[in-house]
Design a protein around this ligand. Sequence first.
Ligand code: SAM
Ligand code: SF4
Length: 475
Amino acid sequence: MIYSPEKYKIADVPMQPFIDSEEIWDFINKTESTPEKVDEVIAKSLAKNRLSLAETAILINATDSASIQKIKEGARTLKKQVYGERIVLFAPLYIGNLCTNNCTYCGFRTDNKKQKRTTLDFPEIVSQVESLQDNGHKRLILVYGEHPRYNPEFIAETVKTVYKVKKGRGEIRRVNINAAPLSIEGFRTVKESGIGTYQIFQETYHQETYKKVHLSGQKADFNNRLTALDRAQEAGIDDVGIGALFGLYDWRYEVLALVRHVNHFEAAYRVGPHTISFPRIQNASELAIDKNHIVADEDFTKLVAILRLAVPYTGMILTAREPERIRKEVLEFGVSQIDGGTNIQMGGYSKENANDQDLDMEQFEISDTRSLGEVIEELVEHDYLPSFCTACYRLGRTGEHFMEFSVPGFIKRFCGPNAMLTMAEYLEDYATPELKQKGYELIDRKIVEMAKTEKTTALLGKLEKIKNGERDLYF
Ligand code: SAM
Ligand code: SF4
């Protein structure tokens, strides 16, 4: 048991432990995987059922190439059935790299004296956001080190600043956050600024490993981090993102622990996390990790497919940490959000040689440095529908009362058409003439695929309005 219930209470109710490493290892070590069992588990997932820990362990333990191919094929099918071809696009914006923690995998850790420390001031935030808007972005995730300066009031101010920036036809319609765990009060303050998702990764769910890689600072407290998103829920933030940093410990353990974390959310709040992230460790300034658990490409692609099958309705985020070829493969397994035109250097979006990476000014090295336009072009060529949609969050369609995937036909009625509308805005305002042509051809094909309904007529009407200069139209 990892909790001290006296210490970790949410609104005076002691929390029940939900990560038990012995239990997780038992599932891995004692679950037999046969090709027949793999087939049964995939069939259950394709019927859009959540998998149990034992069922997920059957997929994890499948090592023959035929079963692995079936797992990947299953994830592809599920993606097509549940998500359609939409891929939501966003960009990260690093606000400050001051940090009082000592995470051995991170270039920002306090002991790294090579890191050039800086915090964007408000005019600098405005200029970064203007550059992002000039590229066509509508959704950002703001990222912060962990430091007393980045308190809830500061985070809330930065969010409000971002929403106020409007350059030309540009605007940011959804601001997500990746920042240190807060108190319930702190989460309330940040919620009031109008954030979308609050994202915190546990990094590793294995307590001993956690201790080894978090040498000092508040983040060294495993339980404080594990319970952070429960405090967020208590503060009314029902849109949260979880994740594990792959490469710190055995990937099989981390996958099961992520599923266990999802179970906890469902049991406690009747809704799972909005998104799961699975960053893989990249090179960083003064990186100081033990390399025993580095995840090979074959295992990484397999684990993404397993996560897709295990939690069919949870959004999955893939970032520019991964190179183009891996991004291409795992997009097929049901990734729903990717970043594009990413630059994680402090102040990097307004720099001239934005593609040069200086590891002493950023958290880690990224592998995909393509512009947003290039990423969109590739998506369009592979028949994916790029989306900047923010409708659900702005209409309050979040949390327990609303789960887009449990409402029959929701994606067809709302997500697909909204993807086309936001894509049309991008094509009108930011695309090259060639991309504009290819993009509208894609939209036309998708409209033909839609059955002729009242929705098609309404969609065509809205698309015409966008061509005539109206913006921010959605269902
Ligand atoms: N300070 C906040 C925190 O620790 O939660 C923000 C986190 S950081 C800016 C975002 C995430 O990047 C971390 O949670 C971690 O999973 C990931 N990360 C850190 N170092 C990394 C590396 N070398 N390679 C890939 N991802 C890394
Ligand atoms: Fe600081 Fe976060 Fe980096 Fe850890 S991962 S050193 S807390 S910025």
